[in-house]
Design a protein around this ligand. Sequence first.
Ligand SMILES: [Zn+2]
Length: 546
Amino acid sequence: MSSKPNGSQSFLYFISILFIIAAPGIYFRLLNDTFLTLVLNTLSVFSLFLLPTVFIRRKLKWYAWFLLPVILVGIVNFACIYHYKMPINDGLITVAINTNKDEFNELASGYWFSFLIIFCIYIGVYLLLLKKVPEQLSYKKSVKVSVFSFLIISIIPFFDDADYDYFRKLRARYYSVFPTSVLYAANSVYAQYQIMDETKTERDQFKFNAKQSNSQKQIYVLVIGESDRRDHWSLYGYHRNTTPKMLQKENLIPFNNMNTAGYLTEFAVPIILTGIDPSNFLQHTKQKSIVSLFKEAGFETYWISNQTDFGHISIHAAESRNRYFFASDENRKTKNINDDSELLLPLNKVMNQPGNKKFIVIKLQGSHYDYAKRYPNNFDVFKPSNKTVPTSANDFKNKEIITNTYDNTVLYTDTILDSIINIINKQNVISSVFYISDHGEDLFDDERRLSQHAAEIPSKYIAPIPFTIWYSNQYKQNATYQIHQLNLNKGKKASSQHLFYTIAEMAEIQFRHFDSTKSLSSKAFIEKPRYIVGGNLKTFNSDSLK
Ligand SMILES: [Zn+2]
C-alpha cells in the first residue's frame, strides 16, 4: 500500500528532525575534530534513525513523535556541550546523580536563561517540522531509504583507521555519537556501580599486610586540593603573588613536574589514594586505599571533606574510622556553602583526641567553580572579580575577571594550607603534610576557549598540578635519607599515582606490593610515560596533551 503525502508534507521534514538530533554533535565536532569525523558521525546518526524506515513506513508520524525523548535529552546534551565543552558522558552522569540540590544550583546558575532559549528553539522547530511529516511513506521509497542507510552504516568502519576489527570500529563510532553515546555512558555508570558492588567482598577482604615499627607519636596529613593549577602558584613562578605563605614556608619541598593521572575528580582522587594505574582504573575497586594502609600500620584514620564524596571516592572514604563531611545534605540544611576554613575545626578536634599515630585525609573545595564562593571577602585581592561582577563560567569575554576570581581562590588555599601546617607543627611530633591538587583547570587559555575541567579531550592545562611536602623538624631528625631523596627527585617527571608509594615510604610503612620505583622518596624512583584518565575511562598520554 502506498500513500501520497498531502501538499505541503514531505519526507524531507522527517530528515530535518534528524538534523536537529544530530546538530549538537555537529557543533561539538566542529569545535574539536576533523572534517572527516564530523561527516562520518553525522552520517552514522542519520543512518541509524533511517534504517527502520521500511518497517515503520505506515507509522512515520508516530515514529517522529517517538523521537521526542531523544530531542529532550538532546537539549541537555547541547547545553552540556555549550557550557562544559563536553557531551553527556559517564563523568557528568555520575556528578548529576550524586550532586545535592545546592551544588546543582551552583553549577547551573547563570545557565538557566540560555538553557530556556535552547529549549524553546529546539521544541519549537521540532513541533513545526512534525506537522509537516507525512503519515506514511511509499514502500518503494522506504525500501530505498532503509537499504541506503544500511549501506552507509556498513561502510563507515572502513574509514576508521583505528587498530580494531570491523565490529569494534562500528561500536566505537556509535559510542561516540548522540544519542547512542548517552546510552553507552549511562550503561557505563551502571556498570561501574555494579563493579563496585561486585568487588565489595574482594575489597573488604583485601589486606596490605602493612607494618610500621616506629612507636613514636606521629601525624601524617594528606590534603587533596581541587582544580588547582600549578602555573597559578607564585611558588612555581606565577607573576602574581598567589602563594605568599607557601613561598616562605620552611621545611617545604615543592615538586615542579607533577602531572595528575585523572582529570575528573572521581577518577583523580581514587588514583591518588590507591596508586593504581590510570589505564587500569577500575582495579582500585578491588583493593583498599592509603587509608587502610595506615590503619593496618596502627594509625587512627580520619576523613575530613568539604565535598560530596560519592561513587569511586566514597568506597575509600568509608575506610576511615572517623569521618566529617561538610557538603552532605545533612549539613546543607542549615547552610549552603562551607568555606574550606571550616575544615580546621574538626582538624583541631582530631588533634585533641587521644592516640599516638594519626593519619588524616582532608579534601578541599579549593578552586572549584563557582570561584567567587570559595573565599571570604577579605581575600578578594585580584580585582575586578566575580564577587562584584557576576559572569557565567564560560564567558570568555570576561576571561580577566574570571581569572582574577580564580587567582583569589589559589590565594585562599595558600592560607588554608598554611593554617593546616601550623596546626600540625604545633604538635611538636614527627609529622608531614602532603598537598596535591586533583587536577588543573581550563581558563580560556587559547582559541579553544575551554573553561573548568570537563573537556572531552583534556588540554595541556589540566595535567600539571602543584604537589608539596612539608615536614616537621622532628620528622627531619628521623628521616634525613628520605628528605635527601625527595630533593633529588623534585624535578622529575612524576604522576599523582606515585603519591601512594611516596607517602608510604616517608612514613616507613612496609607492605607487600610496595614498589620503590614509584616512590619519590626513594633512590630507585624511575621516570615513566605518564597517562591521564577521563570521561568514559579514556586514557591519554599526559605529556602529549595540546
Ligand atoms: Zn576535581
